[in-house]
Design a protein around this ligand. Structure first.
Ligand code: KG4
Ligand code: ZN
Length: 350
């Protein structure tokens, strides 16, 4: 069909409005065709939670309620569209804090209902992984190293949206370990970026163990490392000494990076990965990015790393993952529930 000027009508772009409220960031984004970020508004609650040394769930949900409406308006405005232009609504369904997830879900369902557009439920970790789509086309099979405040996983992407978890943490997530060690050093929450900075300034490193686990295992463990740091700090204090915080940070970061990079490289070889994708808040870590770039460079394995702003929680990444479901028509109905724990492997099965 042509219009009255004889031109082929352009297909309308797919404009996904995505909402992310799984933890302490309220974020809304508008993304075109799964690849072009038209807007990505992120309102962080870090200043509020800082004084408690971590995220307080009740406070987080209340702040999401207060911010969600203006952030939706801001995201639509900045994208230069109106709500009537939106093709579908995407929302993080889990994992995360249930009270926080619910705020995003209620907003998303209300919009989908009012605008009569489809609703798409997104797994938070699928979002972190597909943030890499804004950098490179994802090739399959790929290997994702997921490192966030709540997750540490090695995930094989066999096909679009098909995930196989081959290794996971048996105790603390890597971001959680960063935050706990930072707290022991008296650094503000979230501690990861502070430890990263200190590690780079260090002129020496505290000697700390590496948890390799069984030789063939892709699992991780960080609680022993965290306890070793706490023990070293206590011992020094009992002797009336103080360990240099930068040396502690460097020793901790070296141990974490050694284990993460070694296991990721081994898995990439075993599973024939065409790319290594870095994902999650700890992907912002300079030391980890540099070490992986160096190892991948030597091996000739393409490394894909999201830009810093897309490493920590944001809604653009949720839209990137939602676009896979959009293409397949995998829509949710209004009974979509918030799930504190939900499997990545079962998230999209088609
Ligand atoms: O992915 P994210 O924003 O939230 C979750 O889904 O958990 O990750 C937050 C985590 C926090 O633990 C924070 O300390 C850590 O990411 N993080 C870092 C860095 N930037 C953020 N950890 C190490 N180095 C960094 N530069
Ligand atoms: Zn996250």
């Amino acid at each position: 069909m042509t219009d009255h000027n004889g031109r082929e009508p352009q297909p309308r772009p797919c404009l996904l409005l995505a909402i992310e409220t799984s933890c302490d960031e309220t974020s809304v984004a508008v993304v075109e065709d799964g690849r072009t970020i038209r807007s990505n508004i992120i309102s962080s609650q870090i200043e509020t939670h800082k004084k408690f040394g971590g995220v307080v769930p009740e406070v987080a949900s209340r702040q999401h309620v207060e911010s969600i409406t203006w952030i939706i308006e801001e995201a639509v405005d900045r994208a230069g569209i109106t709500l009537a232009d939106v093709t579908a609504i995407a929302v993080t369904q889990g994992p995360g804090l249930v009270g926080s997830l619910l705020v995003g879900l209620v907003a998303a369902k209300s919009l989908a209902l009012a605008l009569r557009v489809p609703l798409i439920g997104v797994h938070h970790i699928a979002g972190h992984i597909y943030a890499n789509r804004f950098v490179e086309e994802i090739l399959y099979p790929s290997l994702a190293l997921v490192v966030s405040g709540g997750h540490t996983e090695l995930v094989v992407l066999e096909a679009p949206g098909q995930f196989r978890i081959i290794g996971r943490t048996r105790d603390d997530a890597v971001g959680e370990a960063y935050d706990k060690v930072a707290r022991a050093l008296g650094l503000p929450y979230p501690g990861g970026p502070h430890l990263d900075r200190l590690a780079h300034e260090a002129d020496g490193a505290l000697k700390l163990p590496r948890a390799w686990l069984e030789p063939e295992s892709y699992d991780f463990s960080f609680s022993g490392l965290k306890s070793a740091v706490l023990a070293a700090l206590n011992q020094a204090r009992m002797k009336g000494q103080d360990l240099a915080p930068a040396h502690v940070a460097r020793g901790f970061q070296d141990s974490v990076i050694d284990v993460l990079t070694e296991k990721a490289m081994r898995a990439a070889t075993e599973f024939g990965a065409k790319q290594l994708l870095l994902a999650g808040g700890v992907a912002a870590n300079k030391g980890l990015r540099t070490a992986l770039a160096e190892r991948c460079g030597r091996r000739g394995l393409p490394l894909v790393v999201p830009p810093l702003a897309l490493c920590t929680d944001n809604a653009a990444m949720i839209a990137a993952a939602a676009h896979l479901k959009w293409e397949r028509g995998e829509f949710a109905d209004l009974s979509l529930k918030a799930e504190a724990l939900v499997s990545l492997e079962g998230w999209s099965v088609k």
